[in-house]
Write a protein that binds this ligand. Structure first.
Ligand SMILES: O=c1ccn([C@@H]2O[C@H](COP(=O)(O)O)[C@@H](O)[C@H]2O)c(=O)[nH]1
Length: 236
């Protein structure tokens, strides 16, 4: 499927950032057939949530395993081989060359797609400098995207602010997946590089990751429906 063929509804990935499998299953029931793509990250994975990947896949949902792997190459390769058996669609690794190379090797010919996290969306230039980097966010995102493409990574996690520039760099061969999505009026929280769903899609994002604005909403299903409507409107 080309990025242009992804249905508006399937572009919303809801982050199941919840404390237990019971809480996640209750949220999935509330969202019902409105959400087709879920993300499982640290909070749920470390609370016994990894088997949910297979359960959701069996129900026809897609799952993004946001495990943000980063270790010596061999360990990443073996870890990715294990995740590839769980039924996830996407898996994240940090965008370091050894890590990405190991992940691509571990993926092999499996259907799992590897996404490289370029620069976390909670970081701005000052945060990068405090972490010892001399490059700005946009420079580091660009450099890592180029390395990821050369190494055969399938897609990138970036903020919507970088999507326009990245499309020129990597074309449409790599999926661009953007957290840092905030519907108008919702709390920013710890995110620093943000955009509304409509603007992110108009900028060229393939998938939007939304956590707190949906799972902490009074009516999560209505919120997800509204985001999907905004995505559809932006696609025209
Ligand atoms: O750069 C990144 C990479 C991953 N994330 C993850 O996305 C969600 C965003 O949640 P919100 O509640 O909508 O802020 C969360 O699970 C992060 O771990 C990211 O935000 N930025």
């Amino acid at each position: 499927m080309t990025p242009a063929e992804i249905a508006p509804k399937d572009r919303l990935i809801v982050a199941l950032d919840l404390p237990s499998v019971d809480a996640a299953e209750a949220m999935i029931a509330k969202l019902g057939d409105s959400v087709t793509f879920y993300k499982i990250g640290y909070q749920l994975a470390y609370a016994g949530g990894l088997p949910l990947i297979g359960k959701l896949a069996d129900k026809g949902k897609k799952v993004f395993a946001d495990l943000k792997m980063h270790d010596i190459g061999n360990t990443v390769t073996r870890g990715v081989e294990s995740v590839a058996k769980l039924g996830a669609t996407f898996l994240t690794v940090h965008a370091y060359p050894q890590t990405m190379k190991g992940a691509v090797e571990g993926r092999g010919k499996a259907s799992l797609k590897i996404l490289a996290v370029t620069v976390l969306t909670s970081y701005n230039d000052d945060d990068l400098h405090a972490a010892g980097y001399r490059l700005s966010v946009s420079e580091l995102v660009e450099a890592r995207a180029q390395q990821a493409q050369v190494l055969g990574v399938d897609g990138l996690v970036c903020s919507p602010e970088e999507v326009g520039a990245l499309r020129k760099t990597v074309g449409h061969q790599m999926s661009l997946v953007t957290p840092g999505i905030r519907p108008a009026g919702s709390a920013t929280g710890d995110q620093k590089r943000i955009m509304t769903p409509g603007r992110a899609i108009a900028a060229g994002a393939d998938y939007l990751v939304v956590g707190r604005p949906v799972v902490e909403a009074a009516d999560p299903r209505a919120t997800a429906d509204a985001i999907q409507a905004e995505i559809a409107a932006a696609l025209g």
